[in-house]
Design a protein around this ligand. Structure first.
Ligand code: AMP
Length: 282
């Protein structure tokens, strides 16, 4: 595995690989790697000649009262995991490498962000698309791998790629879970022992709601209400939202057909967890 920190050095290296006709798969992350991230690498390995992973905790996508400073980081462990799981090229830039001066152009997301996390975390997805536009230009990948755990991110990035004709394929990868159903997340380390016991209830309640929706058991409103109640009853977290939209457009549901995203966010004492299920009603 080759490790780069400098933007121009990795660009030069990958340009050569590109001209040799190598297909480049890219996995952008914020590090503190877990099996969710590694499933993206696995998938990328099967579909590309070269797998590039970036680890960059992007300050631009954190709000002033969010967890940028205390976001979990462990570069030594991450390097080892990346190496042992078949990453070919690891890009670990510093903030100054990606943002050498204040930006003279800001990207602002207009669609797919007035709901869910986009509504709660103002400016979050502007930061996401800004860093991804930079990373796409640096890496020039053929395919980029994103986890459906962050379904709204997938929707927004698909919008970015379509709007600006980025010549990349976006690959959606299913959510990897702990054995008890909790979606793997770098932020799970913030959970107290008691919260960790309760947290799988989020997925259990989501699964129940998804089953009811696909069996058309009750109307959507009552299914979502029950889902919220179930998380409230079984966890000490505070439900931030329980909502359902069309996917990937994230518009209000006019009718129960096609792909429907049911998404939740729950605030525990130190961890804000998100999870979702996409139900295909055909
Ligand atoms: P992050 O480091 O949290 O920015 O995540 C980097 C990538 O890994 C994103 O595309 C996430 O959606 C994806 N990811 C995070 N957790 C999971 C998971 N449990 N299963 C699948 N993909 C995930």
């Amino acid at each position: 595995m080759i490790v780069f920190k400098n933007v121009f050095e990795i660009k030069e290296f990958l340009k050569n690989k590109n001209s040799e006709g190598k297909k480049i798969g890219f996995v952008p992350t914020m590090g503190f790697l877990h099996e969710g991230h590694l499933s993206l690498v696995d998938r990328a390995k099967t579909e590309n000649d070269l797998v590039v992973m970036s680890i960059f905790v992007n300050p631009l996508q954190f709000g002033p009262n969010e967890d940028f400073e205390r976001y979990p980081r462990d570069q030594v462990r991450d390097r080892e995991l990346a190496q042992n799981n078949g990453v070919d090229v690891l890009f670990i830039p510093e903030i100054d490498d990606i943002y050498p001066r204040s930006l003279s152009v800001h990207l602002t997301v207009k669609e797919r962000v007035n709901v869910l996390c986009g509504k709660k975390r103002e400016g979050h997805f502007d930061g996401v698309v800004t860093v991804l536009a930079k990373l796409f230009h640096i890496i020039e990948p053929d395919a980029v791998y994103f986890g459906l755990k962050d379904a709204q991110q997938v929707a927004v990035v698909e919008g970015l790629v379509e709007d600006f004709f980025f010549p990349v394929e976006i690959v959606r990868v299913p959510t990897v879970r702990e054995r008890d159903g909790l979606a793997k997340s770098s932020r799970n380390v913030y959970l107290s022992d008691q919260e960790r016991i309760e947290a799988p209830e989020i997925y259990h309640s989501l699964s129940k709601a998804a089953r009811k929706l696909s069996d058309r058991e009750g109307d959507l409103r009552s299914i979502l209400q029950e889902l919220k109640q179930s998380i409230n009853d079984h966890t000490s977290g505070i439900v931030e939202y329980v909502e359902a939209y069309t996917f990937p457009e994230l518009t209000q549901l006019e009718q129960l057909t096609g792909e429907i995203l049911i998404a939740v966010a729950v605030q525990f004492e130190k961890a804000r967890l998100i999870d979702n299920i996409i139900v295909d009603l055909g």
